[in-house]
Design a protein around this ligand. Sequence first.
Ligand code: ADP
Ligand code: MG
Length: 588
Amino acid sequence: MTTAILGIDLGTTNSEVAFYEDGKVTVIEGPDGKLFPSYVGLDDQQNLLVGGAARNQYVLYPERTIKSIKRLMGSSDPVEMGDSRYMPQEISAMILRHLKQAAEECLGHSIERAVITVPAFFSDQQRRATREAGEIAGLEVVKMINEPTAATLVYESNHVGSKRVLVYDLGGGTFDVSVVQLQDGVIEVVASHGNNQLGGDDFDTLVEEWILEQLQEDGIQDVSRQAQARIKRASEEAKKVLSVHPFAQIEEEYLLEHDGGPYNLNLELERTAFEEMITPLIDETLDSVHVVLKDAGLTASDIDEVLLVGGSTNIPRIQKVLEEVFSQPPRREVDPDLCVASGAALQAAMLSGEQVQSILVDVTPYTFGTSAIGDIDGEYCTDVFVPLITKNSPVPITRSEVFYTVTDNQKDVEVKVYQGEASHALDNLEVGSFHIQGLSQRPAGSEIIATFSLNTDGILQVQAMEKATGMAKSITIDNVLSRDSEESLAAARNRINRLFGADSADIEEEPEEDVGEDNGTGSEPGISAEVLSLIEKARNLMDTVSEDDREDLVDLVEQLTTASKENDTARVEEALEELTEIIFFLES
Ligand code: ADP
Ligand code: MG
């Protein structure tokens, strides 16, 4: 049955509303999707706009649009919108009314009660103002719970015993971090810290500034309000693209008039450049993490789990730095945008006397990635594991990463797909591999984009694409989520056998994969990791050795590749030996 109490996350940037029914939480979709932008405005006819419509006009008509009202909750100063003045709780009430209506439309009946979440640091006055906003909107606020408590509830609703959790919440304009203690079913915020002027909006601003700099380089100084609004939107869009893709294309046709003609914006922003821009801000959040740990009298190793909340925690860099601090990947199985509202709905169900069940979604229990040349702990290494889809990510999921060719005019790339966590790819389980051949003749360092997509049925699709030409090839690997340990053991045994140079009779059958092609190139039988790493070493040496040695290297690499492809073990061994010798000689 449906709980007649809604769960509402009344956010600074976005708000969400959810309900609990038949053992599951449903987040309600409104006109703009599941996120309801926390914007209120008046259009030119003085009609009230709430949500996406108000947000869309914000940059153009800030005088009749209000954002981030949550920051002013509890203050007795009114805000101006058009010709009238409103108390902060009245503006929040308009957002709540909007959420209530969407819920009623979805459920088909009226609803009068809600659980609303508030930041842990909210004062009594701010909480009172929030309750008042509910009342103005026609909602009885049966309970207000802290946002980190709501998030913890989602992950730990059935937890028995004691546990310490750190909730890292980075939204659009605010950052909060809390230590939450679970003890015998009681969830308590032990310490909380944050910065209510730091969030994803600041990341957007950095991208905007970067775009404006590029415009200046083209001699453009004056940017109309209209163009600014488009740049702002494009910046946020690019930022979101970079959460899943190594590059973002920023294209705005006819952005403005320049030199008497239309100026089209066309830029590419790299993830690494974006990460560099936001590093100081991420560092600031880490400072707060350390403050909150200190306040709670704890160190990072006392934390059992880290939970991610807030839209900005979709940024991979943030996940990575937290993993570094806490030596474990943060949990984000529940969409960080919807986590708090879902927790509020669970609390609502509990208040109605329901026995709530865990609502955790499908996640991958394994990490998947590929290998590249790089260094591990400062040591050069040809099998650095590069994870693309990390353990505990919700599925379905798609992630891309950029790789670079090693040599000039490199013709092919071998893509190996591994499952595991070890930093050396060869210590992980290889679940598939393929070759992408016929790369266009380019200098070393040209980009190859690898994309991994994993669906709920455990089908992993891996594609490699030459960025410059779009030429791509892919592989589909079935049942990656249910590989039993027997298979992993067989694979591990094979790997070791190969390294010890065992003959093919010792090599067990491994599960077959199905190699799909996006272009006309043929697929190749596998070349062993040992051979590949040697080839890579040889290729690296080619640029620095004498003409004669280079010729020898090229010759041997070719022999080795051909022999491997033809499965001619004797010739492989022979070439391998010679190549090892010459590399040894050249390296010393
Ligand atoms: P709040 O709780 O403060 O209302 P949200 O949790 O809704 O805010 O977070 C909104 C912010 O999250 C915005 O700055 C938005 O651009 C950012 N965001 C949402 N999705 C992504 C994403 N995939 N990658 C990066 N940032 C994102
Ligand atoms: Mg939120």
